[in-house]
Design a protein around this ligand. Sequence first.
Ligand SMILES: [Zn+2]
Length: 160
Amino acid sequence: MLALAVTAELEGVTDLQPQDTEETPFYYTFKVQCTSCREIHPNWVSVSRFETNEQSGSRGDANFVWRCKNCKREHSANITDTPKSYSQQSPPKAKNIIVLDCRGLEFVEFKPDGLWKAVGIESKTKFADIDLTEGDWFDYDEKSSEEVSIKDVKWEIRRA
Ligand SMILES: [Zn+2]
């Protein structure tokens, strides 16, 4: 199992998590490596926990089915659970957001395409459509009259 972990400095907000519902699925974007031939493929791929794709040879469905262009083997991956949220903490520590059950492939790099949400720590103000592609996010919490931010966002793919 592999996990996508995040480390981030949250100021004034907590419970950072992907906006990932059946109506608005989050597409987790990765670079993928074939564990049969060790080739790392140059194109980004996307995995959604609401998508099912059929595998060949009656092996059932998977969230992500992928054929390695190099060795022609078919591999798959599943997101095993609902995404977890990242709580504000000082100093920030890495936390797993999603866990992936990968068969014959590994995800080696994550690109944070897609939108995130968080809530004000004291105010409970809901912040939606947070874009983390630039690695930082800044906003203002009207209820607490405070600047809020997410900074130093680091992504890591690790064993789970
Ligand atoms: Zn391969």
